[in-house]
Structure formats: C-alpha cells, structure tokens
Design a protein around this ligand. Sequence first.
Ligand SMILES: NC(=O)c1ccc[n+]([C@@H]2O[C@H](COP(=O)([O-])OP(=O)(O)OC[C@H]3O[C@@H](n4cnc5c(N)ncnc54)[C@H](O)[C@@H]3O)[C@@H](O)[C@H]2O)c1
Ligand SMILES: Nc1ncnc2c1ncn2[C@@H]1O[C@H](COP(=O)(O)OP(=O)(O)OP(=O)(O)O)[C@@H](O)[C@H]1O
Length: 533
Amino acid sequence: MAPSKADSSASCGDGDAIVSCSKTENGFSSSLSLCHSEKAVEELLQQTPLQGTDDHLVEFSEALRTVAKALRRAAEGKASAQAEAAEWKRRYELERSRNLQLEHKEKLPGECIGNLDGHRAENSVKEPVPQIEQNEHSEKDCMKHGICSHEVLHDGESDSSPNMANKNMMKKASFKLSWWCKGANEDQHNHDIVSFERGNITTAERSSKQISLKWESDPQTVLILKKPNSVSVRILCAEMVRWLKEHKKLNIYVEPQVKAELLTESSIFNFVQTWNEEREVLLLHTKVDLVITLGGDGTVLWAASMFKGPVPPIVPFSLGSLGFMTPFHTEPYRECLDTILRGPISITLRHRLQCIVIRDAAKNEYETEEPILVLNEVTIDRGISSYLTNLECFCDNSFVTCVQGDGLILSTTSGSTAYSLAAGGSMVHPEVPGILFTPICPHSLSFRPLILPEHVTVRVQVPFNSRSSAWVSFDGKDRKQLAAGDALVCSMAPWPVPTACQVDSTNDFLRSIQDGLHWNLRKTQSSDGPRDS
Ligand SMILES: NC(=O)c1ccc[n+]([C@@H]2O[C@H](COP(=O)([O-])OP(=O)(O)OC[C@H]3O[C@@H](n4cnc5c(N)ncnc54)[C@H](O)[C@@H]3O)[C@@H](O)[C@H]2O)c1
Ligand SMILES: Nc1ncnc2c1ncn2[C@@H]1O[C@H](COP(=O)(O)OP(=O)(O)OP(=O)(O)O)[C@@H](O)[C@H]1O
C-alpha cells in the first residue's frame, strides 16, 4: 500500500496555507495537495473580509492569491511531467519486450523474421504483450503497384475464463497485422530509415498507415451487437446468427437481452451464448475473434465501450441514418462476411482517449475514478447552468488557455465528424493520430479550434473561483459533475478500436463525408458563360 496523502507529505510552506508535497508516483495527489493552497487562500480571504479602504490589506490579499496560483501551476506541471514519465516508462517496457522477443527469435535456428509468408504455429503466442515483428524490409515485403508492406503486430493468445461457457471450444484465432503505404517509386525501400546523407532527411515513420489484417487461423467466435428496439434489425440479427452457425460453424455470443429475444422467436437459438454477470464482459476480448455491429455509429460506440482494454476487429453494418463508422451494407452481408472471415482485410485503427476524473475531495490517488475510454470525444460543458463555463486547460507542462463559453470538446480524429464538427472543428482522417481541442460557443472572437499531437496529456480543471460546476460526458453518455477544483485528465489510450474497411481507410472516410454530410456538394458551373480570353 502506498502511503496516503496525510502520511507521505512534507510541509514546505509557512503560515495558514500550508502546502503539502506528497511523494506519490503519478503526481496527482501531490498536485491536488498543492491545489488546496489556492482554495485555502480563498477561504481565508472570505473569512476575513477586507475593507475596501485598506489598500495594504487589498495588496496583501492579491499577493497571497498570486502565490497560491503559482504554487498550483507548479503542482500541475509536476503532475503532467510525472504522467509523461509514466508514458515513457510504458514505451520503454514495450520496446524492451520487443527486443527480448527479437533476441529470442534470433536464437531459434531456421526461423525467418519479418517474412510475411512465414507461418506460425496456430495460437502459439503466450506472451501477454503484443508481439511486434521486426520491420526488416525485404523485397518480399513490397507488394505490387509500389505499395510497401510491413508486418507489425501479432495478436497474443489470452487466458481462458473459467466463467465463460464452452471454454474448450473457445480458442482465439490468431492473426497478423501489416501496414502498407503508397510511395513514390524511388522511396519504396527506404521510407522507414532516417537518413542524413548529403543533407537529405527521410522520415523514420509515416504517421498514418493502412493496416491489413490477415488471419493465421480461422476465426471461431463472433460477438453480434445490435441497436435495441428496431424490428428490422432484430430480424436481420436472427437471420445472420442462423447463417453464421449453419454455414460458417461459428460460436456466437450476443448480449443477454438479445438471447432472450432470439429465444422468444425459436428454441433453435439455444446454441447462442451470452453472459450472466457484467464482470464477464471484461473477459470477452479473450474469447471473441470478431465483433459484428448492426446499427448506426452509436452501436459502434456501444461496442467500443464494452471493451475497456484490447478490442477485437469490428465489422460495422449500416442500419442507422448516417453511418460514418459503418461502411458495410446489409443486403450483401453473406458475401461480405465471407470475405472478412477469409481475409486479408483492410482495417482502420481508431484511436481512443483515456479519461480520468480527479476529484479535489479525493484523499489519495486510490480515490481516483476508473478511467473511461472514448472513441468519439469527451465533452466538458455547462450542463443546466446558465453561467459561462470557466475551464483552465493545460497541455503537458504548458498552460493552453481558459475556456469561457459553453464548454470544450476533446475529440479523437474518429470523433472529428461528430460533435466536434458541429462545434466548428476540422474533419480529420481517422488514422491521423491527434487530439482535437474544440471549444463550444466560446465567448471570444479569436478562439479557433486546435489539433494537438497524440502524445500529449491534456488536463482540464474547474477553477476554485468558478461560479458553477461543469459537466463531463463520454461519447455522449455517462454524465458526471465536475465541482470547483475537480479536473479531467485525458491522453491517448493504448487500445485502439480496429474497424474493418469496405475498401480502405481513406476511401471509406471520403465516402462517409460525401454520402453522410454531402460535403462540398455543389452543382457544377456550366461552361456556357464568360471565359478568360
Ligand atoms: N451537436 C451535435 O452534433 C451533437 C450533440 C450531442 C452529441 N453528438 C454526438 O453523438 C455522439 C453519440 O452518438 P449516439 O449515436 O450515441 O447518439 P445519437 O443517437 O444522439 O446520435 C448522434 C448522431 O451523431 C452521429 N455520430 C456519432 N458518431 C459519429 C462520428 N464519429 N462521426 C459522425 N457522426 C457521428 C450519429 O450517426 C448520429 O446521427 C456523441 O459522441 C457526439 O459526438 C453530437
Ligand atoms: N446494444 C445496445 N444496447 C444499448 N444501447 C445501444 C446498443 N446499441 C446501440 N445503443 C444505443 O442506441 C442509440 C442509437 O444507436 P445508433 O446510433 O446505432 O442507431 P440510430 O440512432 O438509429 O442511428 P443514427 O444515429 O445513424 O440515425 C445509441 O445511443 C447507442 O448508444
């Protein structure tokens, strides 16, 4: 057990506003302690109201406020630096495990590293971390038409759960991910090398890659999620379940209420599996090879929210009105699922944001609430309050701005076409790694939206002198109140949501904004008119 704030802190200030410098690992509790100094100053000043005529007292109270504010900023800087250090530690450990795996492979005689055609023993990966293959670039890696391909990830076999039904049947299919990108002919073979020769710099990595998923063993288990209360979706769901069982011999999971629905139709759906307790949902990713969603974007968000860690590939069928994340039509679902189960398939790795609410009233870091992962966005707004929201925003160690308006949206690039777009944010290709910082109705003419890089940690705090609380919601759900002093800390989550593409990420994205939003649709001007002579 780490010490609590009370027993781990050392006093480093004098007078009434004692500042405690706790030595906790993530820095949250230390920043919280320091933040108390500002609150204490406010309380002290309220208890001893100043006479407007006493200039010295007024000056002194202002000085106290300034010192307390500076202390709080320092504490916030420290929390950010510690969060960054934790992230670097995670990356270091990932890198170290990758190197260990490579060393291990080199020791195995006759094993070919980085060979796309090399076969692995079925379900043979035992390590808990993803196996990252060496990006050794050989002629074989380069596909036709100037497309370069790299093998990047192998999935790992997960522990089986004693609570799930049919555990003997459940073996996760293994697959392999690789990326490719179209390059000019001459840079096909060296685009992953940093070169300073003759002053030419070639980038080490392209930020955005088209990922391809190739099954190494057949998928066996599918989870079907559908939007509720729709008769047409219910009918399609029953038909699809039957077809997948009869023609593809797959194990099928559905949510408990969907199983009940299916059983009211016919007892032949007895083979369909589900779970009895919510905690079993946490283990679904160890069982399920593929998730099928039947609904709109909201059902994709629902599917993503069920996976608090790794997410299996999702095949989203379009049964909503817009469908930015649902590229598959339902009429040819058999052909479509046939192709996907055979592979390889293009997928979009959709980044998620990990959000943590930190309460001012929390006594130690263990009172920090569970992180929530969002696929679209986290929104901090004024809720029912009619006052302006007042939100102090920090990005890593730097103060960004104070949002005064209706609120702020921190969005992923997948969410860029949703609420953030409505608030004036830019539309961003979903594979661009970044965090959109979009104000909602800011009361300032110059407050333009920002796009921040994916590696930063954003902290949004309700100041102690705020007139009202703020409200935070996650992908439009789970509203929570943020009182004065509470903060939301947001960074990129390590578990993206892989969604299958109809064509590829870019084609699907462009088609969704053209079909969904009628983006830049305008009648073509006729040639029948004035011309440049
Ligand atoms: N003013 C707005 O535009 C506004 C207001 C509130 C919420 N929303 C969005 O609704 C989302 C929740 O969706 P829901 O289906 O549960 O609620 P919902 O049923 O109210 O649908 C909201 C609409 O947003 C669309 N949408 C969702 N994700 C999208 C995306 N990534 N790109 C483009 N459009 C998208 C949906 O297709 C739907 O038409 C939130 O994450 C938020 O982005 C938008
Ligand atoms: N399996 C589910 N259980 C509970 N709620 C769900 C489930 N699937 C979807 N939802 C919720 O149902 C709502 C509507 O879903 P969805 O967006 O898929 O359909 P839609 O509103 O008809 O589509 P569109 O928004 O494109 O018109 C969303 O808020 C979503 O969170």
